[in-house]
Design a binder for this molecule. Structure first.
Ligand code: HEC
Length: 111
């Protein structure tokens, strides 16, 4: 019995290491489903539907995740986004960011 404790701890450490590595595979398709709750303001395609909302199509995963987490924590505040972000989990934020990042945007300069 005396030797089993370190072995068990090693085993647990390995399981924890594995489960954090594979905790969540980012899934843009799930992000598209989740984006239904964003579409009134940002569109499913990330193009703003109301004048005060920004276009978020094609913004980077890193930037989108950071902003959503800032709204969630209260570090960034907005009456609409604070309400939207407060119930999102980390994996939902990653999926939403992956969906909006995956949208291809082109810019046309004025003549
Ligand atoms: C009721 C309207 C509304 C809904 C619904 C909404 N947003 Fe927003 N969102 C806004 C507004 C308005 C802003 C601009 C906030 C500001 O001025 O700081 C914003 C800002 C953002 C930003 C920051 C963009 C930037 O360029 O900094 C992200 C990212 C974002 N929203 C993602 C989402 C996602 C993802 C959802 C759905 C889970 C969502 N929003 C739902 C209105 C909305």
């Amino acid at each position: 019995m005396r030797c089993s404790t370190p072995l068990v701890s090693l085993g647990l450490a390995a399981i924890i290491a594995l489960s954090t590595t594979y905790a969540h595979a980012v899934d843009p398709a799930n992000g598209k489903v989740l984006a239904r709750q964003c579409q009134t303001c940002h569109g499913i395609n990330g193009i703003a539907q109301i004048p005060i909302a920004p276009n978020i199509a094609g913004e980077s995963q890193i930037y989108l995740e950071l902003q959503l987490k800032r709204f969630r924590s209260g570090q960034r505040e907005h009456e609409m986004m604070t309400v939207v972000a407060k119930n999102l989990t980390d994996s939902e934020i990653e999926d939403l960011a992956a969906w909006y990042e995956s949208i291809k945007v082109t810019a046309t300069l004025p003549e």
